[in-house]
Design a binder for this molecule. Structure first.
Ligand code: AMP
Length: 430
């Protein structure tokens, strides 16, 4: 039977006001910060050849379990992007821009994840990537930009950092790790044993308490870093100290994607539930561009989860006001088709936020609309005003009203708005 109503699919939602304004504000703030640090925007397509993402590593959940992949009508295997980094590296390999290539991005990603609060199948990220430099100072700058973003939002976050060493050191470490977990195999959960056979590194951030307890005793990669990787990590820590950015070193921080080497980091918002409190993270991925068919250029970057950051801001009570309030409401009691149109258009062209009622509603109903809109001023055009070429400008706060010549409307509205603001400031102070 055909369905007559529809709802959003699991893990997706409509973002309505005021959330939509908050989201936009957050992206704008991020864009300004990134542009102020020399980053240019990249808007990659939302779907790519599936292989662009499988090169991230088959052991990542994002690739093995959560990819939205399908065959298109042309027989191509394509996938909705689960993250931006792979697309940015693919773009670098495609265009070979001069290095260091600094880009920022914002937009939705898709992961077939188990939906819950703070975990969606379509979610937004903002982030940056820098391709073409090994300099550990860049790692510091990248982390500092994320920290500045959270600071500007007024959101308290906790930063954890780690070094995963170089890919060349990885096999020896993986062997150590594997034998440690094999020794403890009987105490591991079924799921952990499955992970062990794919990638023992992923077991380090196991969430089940029993597995986590075993992971806590595992050999750490920090003890087996090469001299170069150890020196780079020391430089990153020094840089963060210089900038007075607080952090803790967490040798268990491996993050979900396999391609990271050297610096990794994650920001958590303590106000959110532990399982979903990561608001952003990133690190170095020095082999990824090459894995995507590009030159062997290193990369570093991060992605911040926008939906979760907004949840954290809400929990912390630091959401910015949406700034969407209407300034002025137009009440047209003449029923004349043109008056409402002309007055509203003039107000909007002058830069004021103006709205009106429709369908020839009664004066009373229009005044109700005006009240509900939060507008500080109403412009009223009745028969009387029509015949005398005037309008009435009414303060919604105290109901005072003055009739002015149509040519004086903008000045009168502006002065009404200014008075409204003064009154409000006065009230806020008392
Ligand atoms: P990742 O790309 O996995 O490193 O994720 C970076 C950030 O994106 C995380 O810290 C989260 O804030 C956010 N994120 C990742 N997956 C989801 C999801 N399924 N729903 C909402 N936010 C997510």
């Amino acid at each position: 039977m055909a369905r007559s109503t529809f709802q959003t699919l699991p893990g997706t939602r409509d973002i309505l006001e005021p959330d939509a304004s908050h989201l936009r504000g957050l992206v704008t703030l991020f864009a300004d910060l990134a542009a102020g640090a020399g980053f240019g925007q990249i808007i990659p397509p939302m779907f790519e050849d599936t292989e662009v993402f499988t090169r991230l590593g088959e052991a990542s959940d994002v690739v093995s379990k959560e990819l939205y992949s399908f065959e298109d009508k042309g027989g191509r295997n394509i996938a909705l992007r689960p993250e931006f980094t792979a697309s940015v590296c693919r773009a670098f390999a495609q265009y070979r821009p001069t290095t260091p290539w600094k880009t920022w991005y914002a937009g939705p990603n898709f992961r077939y994840d188990k939906p819950q609060k703070g975990r969606y199948r379509q979610f937004d990220q903002v982030g940056i990537e820098v391709i073409g430099s090994h300099d550990p100072q860049l790692d510091v700058e990248v982390i500092a930009l994320a920290q500045r973003f959270f600071d500007d939002l007024g959101l308290a976050v906790e930063l954890r950092i780690n070094s995963l060493g170089d890919i060349a050191e990885r096999p020896a470490y993986l062997q150590d790790l594997n034998s440690y977990f094999e020794q403890n195999r009987d105490s591991l959960s079924e799921a952990a044993r499955a992970t062990l056979s794919v990638n023992p590194l992923r077991l380090l951030d196991a969430k089940r308490p029993g597995d986590a307890a075993i992971a806590a005793g595992a050999p750490t990669i920090l003890d087996s870093l090469s001299n170069e990787a150890a020196a780079a990590f020391a430089e990153v820590r020094n840089g963060l100290d210089t900038l007075k950015i607080d952090y803790t070193i967490d040798p268990l921080l491996v993050r979900g994607l396999d391609y990271y080497n050297r610096t990794t980091f994650e920001f958590a918002a303590p106000g959110l539930e532990a399982a979903q409190n990561a608001v952003g993270g990133g690190g170095r991925y020095d082999g990824l561009v090459e894995a995507l068919g590009g030159p062997p250029e290193p990369g570093v970057g991060f992605a911040i989860g926008v939906d979760r950051t907004l949840l954290a801001c809400e929990a912390a009570g630091v959401l910015p006001s949406s700034g969407n309030t209407i300034d002025v409401w137009v009440v047209d009691a003449t029923g004349s088709a043109d008056v409402g149109l002309l007055v509203v258009e003039e107000l909007r062209r002058s830069g004021l936020k103006a709205d009106r009622s429709y369908d020839g509603r009664s004066m009373k109903a229009q005044m109700k609309n005006a009240n509900r809109s939060g507008a500080a001023v109403a412009v009223i055009v009745g028969e009387d005003e029509m015949s005398s070429g005037t309008v009435s400008v009414r303060s919604m706060a105290d109901g005072t009203q003055e009739q002015v010549q149509r040519g004086q409307m903008l000045a009168a509205v502006r002065s009404g708005l200014a008075q409204g603001r003064e009154t409000k400031d006065g009230e806020d102070r008392t």
